[in-house]
Design a protein around this ligand. Structure first.
Ligand SMILES: *Cc1c(COP(=O)(O)O)cnc(C)c1O
Length: 422
């Protein structure tokens, strides 16, 4: 049912077109205009020899051959294969693997590319789950994570590397840019050059993984800037309706292959129904993204000019001439639609405002059709100690919003009436 070339004339098409139909051929599926869901857990072999050949191809190759027959749904299944082809083409990647969640993609990537005795670097702040993984189970395996204080400064990367090298070779550099919820930016190309230069000091070149969840494949393509692996929580913008969890890993066959093999062993692949839902979501991804981004521009400007708002950390407002602005302009195709703002007040004023909102829903997560808002210090950053919270720019007055696709006037009116609460 799937014809999935990731290279060739089809990939010359615009993302809007690829998101709708790339990789699907109705001919193999009763002529169905849309791909059917294939729920089968196992797939019949036509002959004993074919069974042997397909197992050899799966387990000996770096990745299953493009047109290899299916074996068992934990290894690969038709909806997963079609989704992966579409994710790869949208990220401009040779290969893709889809997982049960963003954290499943992140944890398999770390476990596949890090060994005991090695170290790794990461930008700050990190998504809470990633932070918990690195400083919990990964540290427990004898792997040392070292934070990069400023992802725009080569001196800061070099300083972190010195600390890491005391423990062992640096096998991975994990970059989250823009970061949650500060919108801090790291320079992927500079970090890639730094990784190349490290081969003078150690035998291996660190793998560079970038968590691209905040902007997504339409606004940032980390692989074009020197990343080896691009990780995305599909739960957010790609899924886009706050009704599924998923994760994607894209990159070269060589880098994605070992992680996919580990996914099979861990059993953290994406199931057929979620894969199908995502294929459906991807069709409207460019439309949803354009609308949410336009709404975000209007809301960020409204908040910036509001007398009860102290400041807005929206990427579009990065100061002209600043190093962050220069990297933003080179690396990002837009400011996205999730950002934070600080009100003039503290927890009491923030709560009063939140409780008056009627259109915005109060919830964590981001990237859905609906607008969401949350008080970072008491929700997403509850476990982060107050002094570290302040360091990363989250205090009792900070609120994070994920702007949806509703009418912008209704969203602005809702914020306006709620800001009258204090
Ligand atoms: C949500 C999120 C994740 C984790 O994704 P899940 O799908 O919830 O597992 C990872 N990184 C970032 C930046 C996120 O926002």
């Amino acid at each position: 049912m799937t014809r999935t070339p990731t290279q060739g004339p089809e990939s010359e098409l615009h993302p809007d077109t690829l998101a709708v139909g790339f990789g699907y051929d109705p001919e193999g599926a009763y002529g169905a205009v849309k791909p059917p869901i294939v729920l089968s857990s196992a797939f019949a072999y036509p002959s004993a020899q074919a069974a042997k050949d397909v197992h050899r191809a799966y387990f000996d190759g770096p990745a299953p051959e493009r047109d290899a027959p299916f074996i068992y749904a934990r290894l690969d299944h038709p909806n997963l294969k079609l989704l992966q082809a579409r994710l790869a083409v949208l990220d401009g990647a040779e290969d893709a693997a889809a997982f049960a969640s963003g954290m499943a993609a992140i944890s398999a990537t770390m476990l596949a590319h890090l060994k005991p005795g090695q170290s790794m670097l990461h930008t700050t702040p990190l998504y809470g789950g990633t932070h918990g993984l690195l400083y919990g189970p990964i540290s427990g395996l004898g792997i040392k994570p070292v934070p990069i204080v400023d992802g725009l400064s080569e001196a800061s990367v070099a300083k972190a590397a010195e600390t890491a090298l005391e423990h062992g070779p640096i096998a991975l550099i994990h970059v989250e840019s823009p970061a949650n919820p500060t919108a801090g930016i790291a320079d992927i190309a500079m970090i890639a050059r730094f990784a190349d230069a490290l081969t003078k000091r150690q035998e291996i070149r660190p793998v560079i993984s970038v968590d691209n969840t905040f902007l997504g494949s339409l606004l940032q393509k980390p692989l074009e800037h020197g990343a080896d692996l691009c990780i995305t929580s599909l739960t957010k913008y790609a899924g886009g309706h706050s009704d599924l969890l998923g994760g994607a890993l894209t990159g070269s066959l060589e880098r994605v292959g070992p992680v996919r093999m580990l996914r099979t062993l861990l059993g953290t692949h994406m199931d057929p129904f979620t894969s199908w839902l995502l294929l459906r979501s991807l069709e409207t991804f460019p439309l949803r993204n354009a609308r949410a981004n336009a709404n975000a521009v209007a809301i960020a400007a409204f908040l910036r000019d509001h007398p009860k708002v102290e400041g807005v950390t929206y990427l579009g407002f990065l100061a002209e001439g600043s190093p962050a602005r220069a990297v933003y302009e080179r690396q990002c195709g837009g400011a996205g639609s999730t950002f934070s703002f600080r009100i003039k007040g503290g927890e009491r004023e923030a709560f009063a405002m939140l409780d008056r909102l009627k259109v915005f829903r109060m919830a964590v997560s981001l990237g859905g059709t609906e607008s969401l808002i949350c008080h970072s210090a008491t929700t997403t950053h509850y476990l982060v100690p107050p002094d570290i919270r302040r360091e990363v720019g989250v205090d009792d007055s900070s609120l994070r919003i994920s702007v949806g696709i509703e009418h912008p006037d209704d969203l602005i009116a809702d914020l306006d009436q709620a800001l009258k609460a204090f």
